[in-house]
Design a protein around this ligand. Sequence first.
Ligand code: FES
Ligand code: FES
Length: 158
Amino acid sequence: MELKFKVNGQEIFLQVNPNDSLLYILRDRLHLTGTKNGCSAGHCGACVVIMNEEAVKSCLQKAKRLNNAEIITIEGLTPKEPSGELHPIQQAFIDATAIQCGFCTPGYIMELYGLFLRNPEASLDEIKVALEGHLCRCTGFKPILEAAVLAQQYLNKK
Ligand code: FES
Ligand code: FES
C-alpha cells in the first residue's frame, strides 16, 4: 500500500506492507532511530511517539491505520540551530539526572510530551499513571518522576 503521512512536520510517501509497524517504518525505512525497540510487543514503552497529539506505542500501530496521521518523534524535539536549546522536557531529564544508558529516555520524554500537550496541569497521580507503561532498567523510577515534575514546571513557566 502507499502510505502518506507526516513525520516531524515533513510529508512522507512510502510503499509499505499494511501490517508493518510504525516502529519499523520509523527506524528501518526512515532511519529515525531515536525511537527505540525494546520489546516489539507493547510492554516497555521505549517506542512511544506522538500520533495525532496522543502518545502511542509505535510497535503496536499498523501502517494500514497511519494514512494522514501526524507523527512526532524524539527527533522532532531536536534543538534547532542557532539556539541549540533542548526541549524543556529533555532539559529536565538532564537536570534531574534521570538518564543513565538512555535507552528508555525517548519513550518517557514523548509520553510526557503527549501528557502535557493535552493536560498541562496534570497531577502527580496522572503523571504516574502516564508513566506506568514504561520500563527503565538502570535509572530507577524516582529520578524519572522528578524529571517529569521538573519538566512540567519548565513548560508551565514558558
Ligand atoms: S517496543 Fe513498543 S512497547 Fe516495547
Ligand atoms: S536509563 Fe537505561 S533503561 Fe532507562
